[in-house]
Design a protein around this ligand. Structure first.
Ligand code: ATP
Ligand code: MG
Length: 265
């Protein structure tokens, strides 16, 4: 069984780690896992420390050349190795890579169309191809791949690709049964201010309406777009869940429920 799991930067706290133990248990059960991580708050915090403000368009971080360097330091350096270290403490041999390594993710610079205007987001990319050879090689040797979403353009330079897109792109490419996007809210909320308003199930066809109607904003926009793309391209289901639900992963892999919003074709 192949499962791609995206961990939000908001779920990663080395001082108070609740995520690596359940991931390690799932891995030991023999599931083929890929872990992809984001790093929103940690990137913003480093940018603030050098006197810069974070800016977003439709949930995507505007990334100039200098921001790209900082983003790569945080994602492919600090957070990627922190995840590898936390998993090592649980006895898992994880291997931290980024979309730039082994030709894993090829991306191209993205221009956003918004209200008839073209917005240049800087060094932000969308995925053009995924090569799963490195992931397969790591699995074959018994290593758990942990992926930072920083990817390469056709000249090998770094592009910032949203971690939800990278997780969905990998899920499609390895033909994963399930993609789980863990975040800091329990699922997709019909009222973003009310954590009790979670939508339990969605089909791909419901998603354009949710996006147009403005129910989903900010970082939920790329998640819903990518969930739709994934289930329309062979991934059986995508679950958007809160970090607290990580403890239920093992039960889920055995056929149980995972609390969160379940998206199917
Ligand atoms: N309808 C909605 N339901 C749930 N969350 C929503 C909704 N609309 C907007 N959001 C926002 O989306 C956020 C999650 O996306 P965000 O990009 O901030 O985090 P992430 O993707 O989990 O982490 P990272 O960016 O580190 O990978 C929530 O914290 C919430 O504020
Ligand atoms: Mg996000």
């Amino acid at each position: 069984v192949k499962i791609v799991i995206k961990i939000s930067g908001k779920n990663i706290d080395p001082e108070n780690d609740h995520i690596s133990a359940p991931l390690a248990r799932l891995w030991r059960e023999g599931k083929q896992l890929v872990i992809v991580h984001g790093g929103g708050p940690q990137i913003t915090s480093l940018m603030n420390r050098v006197g810069k403000e974070a800016r977003f368009e439709e949930g995507l971080r505007v990334t100039d050349r200098e921001d790209m360097d900082l983003t790569e330091m945080v994602l492919s350096g600090y957070l990627n190795k922190t995840m590898v270290g936390l998993l090592a403490r649980e006895g898992v041999l994880a291997c931290g890579i980024s979309g730039r390594d082994g030709g894993l993710i090829g991306a191209e610079k993205m221009l956003m169309e918004k209200e008839g205007e073209t917005i240049d987001l800087g060094r932000v990319g969308s995925i053009s191809r995924v090569d799963t050879a490195l992931l397969q090689g790591l699995w074959d040797k018994g290593f758990l791949p942990v992926v930072s979403p920083v990817s390469a353009d056709s000249e090998g330079r770094s592009l910032n690709v949203n971690a939800d897109s990278v997780a969905a792109g990998i899920a499609r490419a390895v033909a994963a049964e399930t993609l789980v996007l863990f975040t800091d809210v329990p699922g997709v909320l019909s009222d973003p201010l009310n954590p009790e308003s979670m939508i339990h199930t969605l089909s791909a066809g419901d998603i354009p309406g949710l996006l147009k109607g403005g129910v989903a904003g900010g970082g939920m926009i790329p998640k819903l777009k990518m969930a739709k793309e994934a289930v329309e391209n062979g991934v059986r289901e995508v679950i958007i869940a809160g970090g607290e639900a990580l403890g239920a992963l093992e039960g889920y892999a055995r056929g149980g429920e995972l609390p969160g919003t379940r998206v199917t074709a």
